[in-house]
Every structure is written in C-alpha cells, then in structure tokens.
Design a protein around this ligand. Structure first.
Ligand code: MCN
Length: 784
C-alpha cells in the first residue's frame, strides 16, 4: 500500500507515510544507548546461574570491592505492591537484588559499575556466589500437585491465584451433549524480543535538583510513580524521559529490578550510570510471555451447535509478579476471551496462575488472547472434523451475527458491533478456499501436503475504568489527556501522555489534530514520553492509544478551535459562530479570512488586536475516556495456506490473508503495517519461538542460535481486507487494533497443519509447531 493524498482537510483516513521513520532511516533516532554524558559509568549484573537456590552470600574481588553492590548496599527500597487488588491473590515482592534466595536463572544478585561495560562484566565474572541448589519447579501443571516443591515458602501451593468463570449449567450439558471434544493445548513460553532491549540511564541533575531517568519504556509517567515509590523520593524530583524506544510489545510496560537498580546506583555513585540489556540478558531475565496449558472439553450437538466449554487453564507466571499489574492479567483475560465470537452459554472454567522458577511473565502483544484463540479455534476445527463439516461452516453456525449485537458472552464480554460472518466469508474468498480444496484433491507434485486454516478473534480495545476496576488494577488506565498549544506563527504542538514506540502515533495523532484544527499536519508537532513535558498518561499498551489519546487530541483541539474562531472572527469583524476553519485560516461567510499565524501573533505578541475580555492563552487541555468503559471490539479472520513435508516436518507458508475491522481507520497504511508486524510475530509463536527450560530451571535458549526468530525469508506477503464498522462509543468510531495481528496466526497455522492431514486426524496442539513436533504428530497419527 502506498501513501495517498487526502481530500482537502480530510486527514482522518489518509494514508500518510510515518513521519517518525525519517529520522530512523538516516540513523538520527535517539535511543538510551545513544545518550552520552560526562562521567557516565556502565552497569551490569551478577545473575543467578541456578534456577532455584538458597543464596548464602557472595565474595567480591578485593581490588574492585567498591564497584560491586548488593541489595543491602544499594537499598533500602520500598516494596512495590504488584498485582491486582482482588481476594485470593497472593502477592510477593520481586527483590531489586536477591537477598537470601534466587528463584530463576538470570535473577539479578549484585550490580557492578565500571567505566565500560566490558570492565563491569570482567569484575562481575570475579564475584563468587555461595549458592545451595533447591529443587526447581518448571511445569505449571505439575507445580499444582500437592507434593510439588514450593517457590514461596509461605504459600500453601504454587498458585498466585486460582479462580475461574462460570455461567449456565455446564455439568448438566456435559451429561447429555452428544458430541464432546477433549484436548490438551499448549502454547509454549516466548521471549518478547523488541529490536531494542531494556535500557536505563540515570543521574542526579544538581541544577534542577531532580533524578533524571532515560528509560526505554512504554509509559514514562507510570514508571515515575514506581521509581519514586521504590526509592522513596518525591515524584516532583523524578523526571523520566523515554527517548526513541525500539519497540516494547508490552514488555516495557512494567518496571523491572534492573531499572530501579540503575536509579539507585546513580544516587550512590554521584554521576550518570546506565545499563543496556544485551540479548542474552533479554532471553534469560526480561519479562517472558505466553506459556499456557489448556485442558478443555467442548460439548456440542450433532448439528455442530456449541453448547458448553469446561476445563482448566494453567498460566506459567514465573517466579515473581511485575509492577504494577502483577501476575493475574494473563489468566483472567485467557478465560474471559476463551469463547471468542461463539454463542456458548454454559461455561465452567478454572484458571491457575502458577509460580515457577522462570522469569516473570509480562504482557506481550495480544496478552493471553493468542493462547485463548489457539485453544478455542483448534477445538472448533476438531469439532468440524468430528462432524465432517468445513471448518468455516462450524464457525458460521456458532458465531454471533451482526443482528445479535451488542452481545454479552458467557464470560461477560460485551461484543459491541460488526459483522463477524462477513469477515469469515471474505477470508475464505480471499485465500481461495474452493480452489484449495480442488488442489488438495489433486495432490502436490512434490509430495508435500497443503492445508488451509482459519482463525477468528475479537480484540477488546478502548476499555477504561469499568474494565480495569473489575480486574482490580492498582494503577487503573482509565483516561488519557492532551494539551494542544498554538504557537505565535500559527503552528501547533500536541502534548500527550501516551507514547509512540513504533506504532506511528506521531503521525496519526497529528492527523487527528489536523482534522479538528483544519491545519496541515506538517505544521503540528507531537510531543510525548517526557514527564516534564507531557500531561500525565498511562502509556501505550492494550491497543488503547488511538482511542484514548486520539479522543483527548480531538477534544482539546475542539476547545482550542473555538478560541481560534473567536479571535479570528474578531479580526475579520465577523460573528465567530458564522466562521469556519479552513486550511490554517478562520474564514467568514463573505470569504474574508485571517491566517492562524495572524491569530497566533495577536494572542502572543500583539494583544491590542485581541477581542476585549478574551485571555491570550492559546492552549487547551482535555481528558478523554470512551462513553462505555467496557470497551469496543475489533475483530478479524486470519487464513493461512501451508505446505508441509511429511518427511521432514518442514512447514512453508504459501499464503496468508486477514479480513479485519477496526472501525474508522485514521491511517490505513499504518493499520496495514501494524497487522503485518503482528502477523510475523504470530508466525514466530506458531512455528519458531520458544524458551524451553530443563528440570533444574536452566533456560535452553539464550542466544539467537537457539531462539529462532522468523525473518523476511519466513514471511509470506500478508494480504489484508478491511471492513469498517465504526464504534458507537469512541471519537470518530475508532477501535484499537495494534495487537490483533499477533493473536490469530498460531491458531490459523496449526489449523492449516491439521487440515493438511485431516484424513489421519493428526493433532497439532502445541506451539511452536517445529519440524520435530510436526513429525511426532504425524507418527502418533500413523501418517504413512
Ligand atoms: N490506527 C489507525 N486506525 C485505527 C486504529 C489504529 O490508524 N482504527 C493506528 C494508530 O493511530 C496507531 C496504530 O494504528 O498509529 C496502533 O494503534 P492502536 O491500536 O491504538 O494501538 P496503540 O497505539 O495503543 O499501540 C499499542 C499496541 C500494542 S498493545 C502492542 S503490544 C504493540 C503494537 O501496538 N507494540 C508495538 N504495535 C507495535 N508496533 C511497533 N512497531 N512496536 C511495538 O512495540
């Protein structure tokens, strides 16, 4: 898709190129690692080499002793209560540096500073640890057995929380339903792997008397809350700046011990200290994602009507909860989203959020829904196979239709609007389902088998107070704020609390401001990611920024536009109500016009030109939350065409289509980019990426030689069709969509594999579907 020129003034819907890319393309982005300050020292961490152990002490090298810091020397730190404030949730502190126990391989034990990273690592290598190995817990299902070793001694079992969702009478349905599909489905553990890992640089600014923290984060304001609290410093003395951020994908929405340690080191050392995470640290110790096990039974009638869903969901949350949200988000979202678009009125689902000897689980693009979608959509396909139906037919028979909306699912999600079956049909048309069926009958000349798989998901976005209160969030992301300012030359600044870290928000928010102000977006600057510059905001995650920050931009610009018209009307001697904004001018009905530059000058430096009684501040601030804070739902059908070699288990993606609806699109070019980026990450989940652990808690993928990221060579051309069902509860009818691309690929690809071997009933119920797992599935099904 290419850049398009919009009709005059119609900036919403215009496919503009992302303005922020220009600086990256010429190497002028500024990331934490690019910041140079006099006296800067590099930090690294002495990390646990064991998965679970008692820490008896450490011996530091005598000549470098003052460069090595343990918890007691760096602290004291105030505990950050991480996690939902709900009954039954067990909290535990994630220590900044371990004191008497280590609970995963890679956990920071001591911090080392030196003039260079290399020197710091050399010193760290001389630190001797006195550790006593403890039995490790590495399987979330086994961890719930009564005789499992405990990770947190005070807990009666290894669960952060066990809870669930019930509706109807699943037990009664189970007793009589003629068809039942029971499966264990497993989505394995992943690393998040943004281009830029975690990074922090901190120093005390003596002139401003404040701690300045450059942080690669998704939310500077929320991180300031956490840093100030952990260090016991007043928030007005903590200034967090997120410069360019090389991707976050959810993982940089949490405050981690290393980042707090860098701030504490800066205070101790009296000069700037930084830590730039390397890949090995990222794979071992950064927030990880996705590890879910589903033990589920789907009950149905002979005609394919889905009746009930029953079972257990196990989420491997790792050893500690991450501030602020803690360890429950994944499980609660998995269960709430499990029935997807289907009319299943009876559910009995338990979820177990389990502590193991692994790094903490963080949110990763799609949060829980890739696993839930994988589980439900695999069950849907297995039901279709059992009944001899086309997989899309089983979906059609069970999907909520446009006429039934708004529809509240058994788990309480309010699906607001859209035409789900139309998206399904479009995906089937676009991938060429009929032609694929004919081709399958003919067979492939190279002996491979081809299969087509479908997966449907909904993506809740724009959810605010009601939803976060229900989840017991301690920091409740319920609104966003924008301050818009007109400068003396008539150009504008938009200051927002959300942040851009790859989504294109500098471009799209300028488009929304341009639409409201009728000003070329080239004359609008968007500023974000600096607690001293932008208004308070919760940051960019949960596909919330366009709805929330876009709404705040629209509202603040409308207030400012009123003022501009008032001043402009005075200058052209016209009643302001009769004026309109057009191309950077206030225009009267007679055609008389005055430019924003003249208005800007009048307000700022020529106040004798101002209408009497009007104050000269050309600035407006507005806060926005959608009308219904339970959210608005985007949705999409993905379809994948694969070719599989039964001998090697190698899978090639031949085609991939997406039929999506995210309401009004601000910038269709960016929407397509977001979908495509998400799909490649989902392909990684489906086929390649996995962080396995051995029984002692050793990670087995700590370099890219073992952790396989998909590359351009694995990427099919993603073909995207759009439906536009505007949301009734947001400005312009926008729905969020930034995560969706990553949700469906594991389900669509596993379904395509199953379709390729439909006759044999081979099962593809564990991701990633590596060649080894594909061959094992074919052997188990006795595929010749
Ligand atoms: N957009 C649009 N019209 C819509 C919806 C969105 O034009 N109806 C555009 C937006 O204006 C924005 C982008 O698409 O430029 C994504 O918008 P939105 O859906 O509001 O999502 P957020 O901006 O809140 O981004 C968060 C989302 C999440 S949760 C993850 S994880 C993720 C993602 O975005 N991480 C990313 N996309 C990413 N992309 C990059 N490059 N890097 C990441 O770390």
């Amino acid at each position: 898709m290419a850049e398009t020129k919009p009709a005059p003034g119609d900036w919403i819907g215009a496919s503009l190129l992302r303005r922020e890319d220009a600086r990256f393309l010429i190497g002028k982005g500024q990331f934490v690692a690019d910041i140079r300050l006099p006296g800067l020292e590099d930090a690294c961490f002495v990390r646990s080499p064991m998965g679970h152990a008692s820490l008896r002490g450490l011996r530091r090298p005598a000549e470098w002793a003052e460069r090595v810091y343990t918890h007691d020397e760096l602290g004291p730190f105030q505990a950050l209560p991480a996690g939902p404030d709900i009954p039954g949730y067990r909290n535990v502190a994630y220590p900044v540096l371990a004191t008497d126990r280590v609970c995963f391989a890679g956990q920071p034990i001591a911090a080392v500073v030196a003039p260079t990273r290399g020197e710091a690592e050399d010193i760290a290598g001389l630190v001797e640890l006195d550790l006593d190995a403890l039995p490790a817990v590495t399987d979330a299902v086994l961890a719930m057995a009564p005789d499992s070793p405990r990770i947190h001694d005070a807990w009666p079992d290894n669960a952060f929380i066990t809870s669930g969702a019930r509706a109807g009478d699943a037990a009664a349905v189970a007793a009589t339903a003629p068809v039942r599909i029971t499966r264990r489905l497993r989505m394995n553990r992943q690393s998040i792997v943004p281009l830029e890992g975690r990074a922090a640089l901190a120093y005390w600014d003596h002139r401003l008397d404040e701690l300045v923290v450059y942080l690669s984060t998704q939310g500077a304001h929320v991180m300031r809350l956490g840093i100030a609290q952990a260090l016991g410093i007043s928030e007005h003395k903590v200034h967090v700046i997120a410069p360019d951020v090389g991707g976050g994908f959810g993982g940089k929405n949490r405050l981690t011990p290393e980042e707090i340690a860098v701030c504490a080191l800066a205070l101790k050392r009296g000069h700037p200290v930084r830590w730039i995470e390397d890949r090995r640290e990222h794979l071992m110790a950064a927030p990880q994602a996705r590890e879910h096990v589903y033990d589920l039974t789907l009950y149905a009638d002979r005609d394919g009507t889905m009746l009930a869903l029953e079972g257990d969901v196990y989420i491997d949350a790792g050893a500690y909860p991450l501030w602020p949200t803690g360890a429950f988000a994944e499980a609660s979202m998995a269960v709430r989203n499990l029935t997807g678009p289907y009319r299943i009125r009876h559910i009995a689902l338990r979820n177990h959020t389990v502590a193991t000897n692994k790094p903490p689980m963080g949110p990763y693009r799609g949060v829980a829904r890739p696993g839930a979608c994988f589980a439900m959509e695999r069950l849907a396909d297995e039901l279709a196979r059992e009944l001899g139906l086309e997989p899309i037919e089983i979906r059609r028979r069970n999907m909520v239709t446009a006429g039934e909306m708004p529809y509240v699912t058994a788990a309480g999600m309010r699906l607001d609007n859209g035409d789900y079956p139309a998206s399904l049909d479009e995906a089937a048309r676009s991938i060429g389902l009929d032609a694929i069926r004919a081709r399958q009958r003919t067979g492939e000349p190279d002996g491979r088998r081809i299969g087509v798989g479908f997966a449907f998901y909904t993506e809740q976005s724009g959810h605010g107070l009601k939803e976060w209160a229900r989840r017991g969030a301690r920091v409740m992301p319920s609104y966003e704020t924008c301050t818009v300012r007109m400068l003396p030359d008539g150009s504008a600044q938009v200051l927002v609390g959300i942040q851009n870290h790859g989504q294109g928000l500098e471009t799209t928010l300028s488009q929304i401001a341009a639409q409201e102000l009728r000003l070329d977006p080239a004359r609008i600057a968007v500023r974000h990611g600096d607690t001293a510059v932008s208004p308070f905001g919760f940051g960019t995650f949960a596909s919330r920024s366009t709805v929330f920050a876009g709404g705040a931009v629209a509202r603040s610009c409308r207030i400012l536009a009123e003022k501009i018209r008032r001043i402009g009307g005075h200058l052209i001697q016209t009643d302001p109500v009769e004026t309109r904004l057009e191309d950077g001018h206030v225009v009267g009905p007679s055609g008389a016009a005055v430019s924003f530059a003249e208005i800007g000058r009048a307000a700022h430096v020529r106040q004798e030109m101002m209408p009497p009684g009007v104050d000269p501040v050309l600035e407006a601030t507005a806060t926005y939350e959608p009308a219904d804070s339970s959210g608005t739902f985007s949705y999409s059908t993905h379809a994948a065409l694969v070719a599989v070699d039964p001998l090697t288990g190698g899978t090639e993606l031949l085609d991939y289509v997406v039929a999506e609806d995210c309401g009004t699109m601000v910038n269709p070019l960016i929407v397509d980019g977001q979908v495509t980026g998400g799909v490649i990450q989902g392909i990684g989940t489906a086929l390649y990426e996995e962080v396995p652990y051995d029984e002692s808690g050793q990670p087995l993928a700590t370099t890219f030689a073992d952790y396989h990221m998909p590359c351009a060579t694995e990427m099919p051309r993603v073909r995207i069709s759009h439906f536009v069902t505007p949301s009734a509860i947001t400005e312009y009818g926008i729905k969020g969509m930034g995560e969706g691309g990553a949700i469906a690929p594991p389900a669509a690809i596993a379904n395509a594999l199953a379709d390729a071997f439909r006759d044999s009933g081979a099962q593809f119920n564990e991701t990633p579907c590596t060649p080894r797992r594909v061959v094992a599935a074919l052997e188990a099904a006795e595929v010749p």
